[in-house]
Design a protein. Structure first.
Length: 329
């Protein structure tokens, strides 16, 4: 690979002079600059834009480090981020691969970061965040200088869902958990179990990982045991849909055999049969809010404002035992 040193040698100048010529900085003569540019062209040398920008401490790029971007959940977050970026001079770089993400974060190859990847640990984020490198995290509650934790109000929506089930006389409940390393899962599970304890109930927890297949397997496990709960809360909609599929294969239906509730209000929740009761939130707003705050800090050093993205329980057919005029389509 051709280096700046090679260009300097070809042009017969020092490395510093070659750098000045290529970056249009410093005080050098036109003839020298021309000689350096010709040498660079002859050697097919392209300056490292990241390296130049790191020296200037500005790349005009926002990095989004996300565990994956397939599926409507992540798509809506990215749409919210992109909607804000469009009105600025910043570019957007989305990195879904953990090894590349860690390398880019370590070398601060962007001006600021939005992190939604649990494989990037808290220690790394606390170490990297600085006045010149602010970070917004969307998957954990993390306190530190120049770090903003922007989270869902998981507790509110889960409490509303629990009350919906309890007020219908349902007492025998189960919880299907999401990924072990997910902050959202932990908060949803903790809230649901706390509500159960407060109402004198014991709720078993079955493992899942936020995928439809894990919800399906949890459904198979619960149904095959023969000890059916009256209601099941799944930590996200994908698992709830998988659970409904398992029920259908066993000839069971929601809500008469088991009432089912999910979380996220993904578009498919409105179209499955029966329509899925869920806890809704605006993922678009979540992404937009994270980006607004990050850019406001980068441009004007506006302090981060911690807040929770609102959630609301949406009662649909999968958990409503009687006709309810407030049921939403």
């Amino acid at each position: 690979m051709t280096t700046l040193k090679d260009v300097a040698k070809r042009a017969g100048v020092s490395v510093t002079t070659a750098s000045y010529a290529l970056n249009e900085t410093g005080t050098i003569g036109d003839a020298t600059r021309k000689r350096v540019l010709e040498a660079a062209e002859e050697l097919n040398y392209h300056p490292n834009a990241f390296a130049r920008n790191l020296k200037k401490r500005k790349t005009q790029t926002i990095g989004v480090f996300i565990s994956r971007f397939s599926g409507s959940f992540y798509e809506e977050i990215l749409e919210g981020i992109h909607s804000v970026i469009l009105g600025t001079d910043y570019e957007l770089l989305v990195c879904p691969e953990s090894r590349s993400a860690r390398r880019m974060l370590l070398h601060r190859q962007v001006d600021g970061a939005i992190v939604f990847d649990s494989t990037i640990n808290d220690e790394s984020i606390l170490k990297l965040a600085s006045h010149h490198f602010p970070i917004v995290v969307m998957d954990r509650d993390l306190e530190g200088d120049y770090i903003l934790s922007l989270l869902h109000d998981n507790a509110r929506g889960v409490r509303e869902a629990f009350c919906h089930l309890y007020e219908q006389g349902l007492r025998k409940m189960a919880f299907v958990a999401g990924a072990d390393d997910s902050y959202d899962n932990a908060e949803r599970q903790r809230t649901f179990l706390n509500e159960a304890v407060a109402h004198g109930l014991e709720v078993p927890v079955f493992p899942g990982n936020f995928t439809e297949i894990s919800g399906y397997k949890a459904g198979q496990q619960i149904i095959a045991s023969g000890d059916l709960p009256e209601a099941v809360f799944c930590a996200n909609d994908q698992m709830a849909i998988g659970f409904l599929r398992a029920m259908a294969e066993y000839g069971l239906s929601a809500p008469n055999d088991i009432a089912i509730v999910g979380f996220d209000d993904i578009p498919l929740a409105r179209y499955v049969t029966p329509t899925l009761s869920t806890v809704g939130t605006s993922r678009f707003e979540w992404g937009a809010s994270a980006t607004h705050q990050l850019i406001d800090f980068l441009e004007d050093e506006t302090p981060f404002q911690p807040n929770r993205i609102p959630t609301v329980f949406i009662a649909r057919a999968s958990s409503t035992l009687v006709n309810n005029p407030s049921e939403k389509p």
